[in-house]
Each structure stands twice: as C-alpha cells, then as structure tokens.
Design a protein around this ligand. Structure first.
Ligand SMILES: [Zn+2]
Length: 292
C-alpha cells in the first residue's frame, strides 16, 4: 500500500476541535502495525498549483488570516495554517502523480468544502480538486467520487460545468446536516445522491454500486479520484451529527472494492472521519478493498 504522509500535518492544531491531529495519529498507529505499507513525504503545493482551482483573492485572504490568526470555530487559523494547507494540497498532487499505484493521501486539513473563492467546514484549499487538476493533461477525463457524509459543495463549485471532470457525491441530504443546503443541479457533469438519515449498510451499498457503475459507464473516466471521508460511520454522530446508519466497518472495504472494480488508475485523499477509536480501521478497510 502506498500513502503520502508527513508529521508536519500534526502542526495544524486547535483545542477541542474535531478536526484534530489525533485523526492522523490514530490512522498512522494502526497502519504502523501492518506490513507492506510505504510512505512518500509530500512537498507543499505552489501558488501555480493553487491558482488552477482557486482565486488569487482567496489565496491572499488565507495568507493574511494565517498571519493575523483570524478565523472562527469552523475554520480557525494559526501562523502555520496556510503552509500546512498547502502541504495537504501538495500531498494530493503527490498521490495523483502515483495514480497508477493507487496512492492515498493521509493528510489534513481536508479540502472538499473549499470552493473557488471560499473556505469553509474545516477546509481551506480543495485538495482533491488541486490533485485532479495537476494530472488532467495526462488523463483527460477524471471522475471524483466523494463518499464523505457531507456534500462537497467546494468541489461542486469548482467543477460544475466542466467537460473534463465529473463529480459524483454520496452524502447525507444536506438539508439535514452541514452545509445545510441541498443544491438543485443542472450541469451534466454533476451527480449528487442525497441520502436520507437512517439509511443502513446494505441499502447504502446497493445505491452506491448501482450509481457508481452507471456513472463510470456513462462518463468513461480515464482516472478515478476519491474524496474519502469516513464520517458516514454511525459513531461520527457524536462529532459532526451524521445520521446515516453505517454500522459495519466492512462497508468501507466494499466501497473500496466497488471503486476498484472500474479498473482505472486513481488516487484518494482523506476528507472527514472523526471517531479516533475506529477511524484507523475504517481507513484500513477502505485501502484493503481499493488497493488490492
Ligand atoms: Zn465530512
């Protein structure tokens, strides 16, 4: 298994925040007990990388806020925030570079709530969008499959109307959870599955498999990138209020297997997932299904 990781991701830290360094430490300590895992150390994304998906205005705003520690409870800022967000984006670029080997970016802060000109929901820069953009010339058509419990309204904002990128999201109906708005979509390259609270493992997997396979057959991607969030797990209710009823850790292995069944190069980035006791197992299960 091939992952991108740096201890520097632990520097972005705030008291009593669910998006904590402990998330990565818990995953890493579980993976350290497994054999056959190789890590690549990332470099920060450059401003040239960022400007492919974000505005100069957002980049300057993030810099200024880091300098002045100017944030709120969802998006706090310390001096290193912008640097670590760039490193997290750089990790996605590195993972994308190794798409033939199915590389996973074990990085934070996450990214799918950051849009072209906004940051939100624990996210500052859109890692998956930056990673995909870095390899679009090589792969031509990319699909992003997002199975975080929250709608990635940032990724949607960046790619709506694109001919080259298809965004497929399976999330809890966003009228019932952050970002509190389920958009009406008209663009052909966007497909959103707003799942009702309470849906269980077998129904979730049935919908996921059917719709994923249909989307792959319709769009015919050359690359499949994953926004891999693990907060659809039922115990994440206590951290971010997720109300799907995904109770089996094996469900994430099955999600990995379904994505792998398309037999395309790809990479994945960590989005949400906040239960520190089980998060490592959920990620490892996904990797077992996806990377084999
Ligand atoms: Zn999430």
């Amino acid at each position: 298994m091939l992952l991108v990781y740096s201890d520097d991701f632990l520097k972005h830290s705030f008291i009593n925040h669910p998006e904590s360094p402990g998330r990565l430490s818990s995953i890493k300590s579980l993976l350290d007990k497994k054999k056959g895992i190789r890590y690549i150390v990332p470099k920060p994304a450059t401003e040239n990388d960022l400007i492919k998906v974000h505005t100069q205005e957002l980049i300057e705003d993030l810099k200024m806020r880091s300098k002045k520690h100017l944030g709120d409870s969802d998006n706090p800022f310390v001096s290193s925030t912008f640097e670590i967000a760039k490193l997290s984006a750089g990790a996605a670029i590195e993972a994308a570079k190794h798409s033939e080997s199915k590389c996973f970016s074990l990085a934070r802060p996450p990214g799918h709530h950051a849009g072209r000109n906004f940051f939100s929901g624990f996210c500052y820069l859109n890692n998956i969008a930056i990673g995909v953009s870095s390899v679009l010339k090589k792969y031509g058509r990319a699909m992003i499959v997002d199975f975080d419990v929250h709608l990635g309204q940032g990724t949607l904002d960046i790619f709506a109307g694109s001919d080259a990128v298809f965004y497929l999201s399976f999330h809890q109906n966003a009228e019932t959870i952050y970002p509190w708005h389920e958009p009406v979509v008209r663009e052909k390259n966007i497909c959103l599955f707003a799942l009702n609270p309470g849906i269980g493992d077998s129904d979730y997997l049935r919908i996921f498999e059917k719709c994923f396979k249909q989307a792959v057959s319709d769009f015919k991607p050359d690359l499949i990138a994953c926004s891999a969030g693990f907060d659809a797990y039922y115990q994440d209710y206590y951290y971010v209020g997720s109300a799907l009823s995904i109770r089996e850790e094996e469900t994430f292995k099955r999600i990995g297997e379904i994505i792998a069944s398309a037999d395309k190069p790809g990479f994945a980035v960590l989005e949400g997932g906040y239960n520190l006791e089980r998060l490592g197992f959920l990620v490892y299960n996904f990797l077992r299904g996806w990377q084999k």
